[in-house]
Design a protein around this ligand. Structure first.
Ligand SMILES: *Cc1c(COP(=O)(O)O)cnc(C)c1O
Length: 419
């Protein structure tokens, strides 16, 4: 693929590759079936949970392709093939969490390598780079990837990858994946995309030039808030072999039951995303009427400054919305009164959640940087689940009742433009 050799190639572990015949089916059919075949003993239609640490070998040097379960597990492989087929990738690698996935991806690089990263990425991604990987000699530039020129300006001869999250968390900023892929590739760097928010239902980064796509499967892919996991998808066989080696060597692998739960989740991904999207649009519309469109960050609203770009590279907008309420007292009022929207971190599950990024998901980002980013004390993030829209709107109506008056127009405008 024209990329530089990152380091000497590793011995092949026998890669798990997407079943080619799965790729010809439509998305919903892939979601239900890809990567799964009736199990040979009884013909069970559901992939069994292979609860085993090791595999019996027939004789010295002769096995069925499985030796020890850190390296490979059939339940995990079914999930990897399934999500690879959904993203249009060739190989999948499941991890114990989204962060375990990012950490293992960074082991593709070495001391001295430089990564250009979106400034508005998931708080935990920033924390991993800024607090841990920096100590190992890697360097990071955090830039506003809404402007591809800033990505280009941040590239150095040591830059090995560009990492973007779009739409971003929690400010719903959009990065032009195609433009950033061209910049990265001109400088022989990889483009890595966190596709957690959009899911492969609404955004297919490989088709726009990404080299590695990853997810926190904890969110939409699993969709039922009952496990934590991550997954990386790649096209290139060489990168895939390195990742398989890292996965086995570093060992941040998911247990088979968590892999099975994620696999059960992806079967209904296309159905759930439709409802998340319908509810997201309905709730964003209602909020825009209550608060004014400039206080509502939802990529599906025509008032979103990057709505046109979002329409170009996404086929739907999902259920994630952030709102700017101006002062800390106002979120406290709403969060306390909401009932159907539960006050909790995380997102992407069938149940609606509401949270306060400054004190929850982004508490690990220093306060001055939060202020620079626009993650104010008045910011509230909503993850619209798949309940009935009328019930979500009634819940918000109740939650907003009696909310303290907003600060002066000036104060409010200052909060909104802080980013
Ligand atoms: C949650 C999340 C992560 C981290 O995933 P975990 O499964 O919680 O480790 C990374 N990126 C995004 C966009 C997320 O929402």
């Amino acid at each position: 693929c024209g990329l530089p050799s990152l380091f000497p190639s590793y011995p092949s572990m026998g890669l798990t590759r997407v079943f080619d015949e799965d790729l010809s089916a439509g998305f919903g059919t892939r979601a239900v079936h890809a990567g799964q075949r009736p199990e040979p003993l009884a013909g069970a239609i559901m992939t069994p949970v292979f609860l085993t640490s090791t595999y019996v070998q027939e004789e010295l040097g002769k096995n069925k392709g499985y030796e020890y379960a850190r390296g490979k597990n059939p339940t995990r492989e079914a999930l990897e093939r399934n999500v690879a087929a959904l993203e249009g990738g060739r190989h999948g690698f499941a991890f114990s969490s989204g962060m375990g996935c990012v950490d293992s991806l960074m082991k593709l690089f070495r001391a001295g390598d430089h990564i250009v990263c979106g400034v508005n990425v998931y708080g935990g991604t920033f924390r991993l780079f800024d607090k841990i990987l920096k100590n190992f000699g890697m360097t990071f530039s955090f830039v506003d990837t809404r402007d591809p020129q800033r990505v280009e300006d941040a590239m150095t001869p040591a830059t090995k990858a560009v990492l973007v999250e779009t739409p971003s968390n929690p400010l719903m900023r959009v990065t032009d994946i195609r433009a950033v892929a061209e910049i990265a590739h001109r400088k022989t760097a990889l483009l890595i995309v966190d596709n957690t928010f959009a899911s492969p239902v609404f955004q297919r980064p490989f088709e726009l030039g990404a080299d590695i796509v990853y997810h926190s499967t904890t969110k939409y892919l699993n969709g039922h808030s009952d496990m934590v996991g991550g997954i990386a998808l790649v096209q290139d066989d060489g990168i895939a072999e390195r990742l398989q080696f890292i996965l086995n060597a570093a060992g941040a692998v998911p247990g088979p039951f968590d892999a099975w739960l994620a696999l059960r989740g992806t079967k209904t991904l296309h159905l759930r995303m439709r409802q998340h999207d319908a509810n997201g649009r309905g709730v964003a519309q209602w909020l825009a009427e209550q608060l004014g469109p400039e206080q509502v960050m939802y990529v599906g609203l025509p008032s979103h400054p990057q709505h046109e770009l979002a329409r170009r590279q996404m086929s739907g907008f999902g259920g994630m919305i952030s709102i700017e309420l101006g002062s800390r007292e106002r979120p406290a009022h709403v969060l306390k009164r909401a009932r159907v929207f539960s006050l909790a971190e995380s997102l992407g599950g069938v149940e609606s959640l509401i949270s306060h990024p400054a004190s929850m998901t982004h508490a690990s980002v220093p306060a001055d940087q939060r202020a620079r980013l626009g993650i104010s004390d008045g910011l509230v993030r909503l993850s619209c689940g798949v309940e009935e829209l009328d019930d979500l709107l009634a819940d918000l109506e109740h939650a907003f009742e009696g909310i303290p008056a907003a600060k002066s127009a000036d104060g409010r405008r200052a909060a909104v433009t802080a980013g």
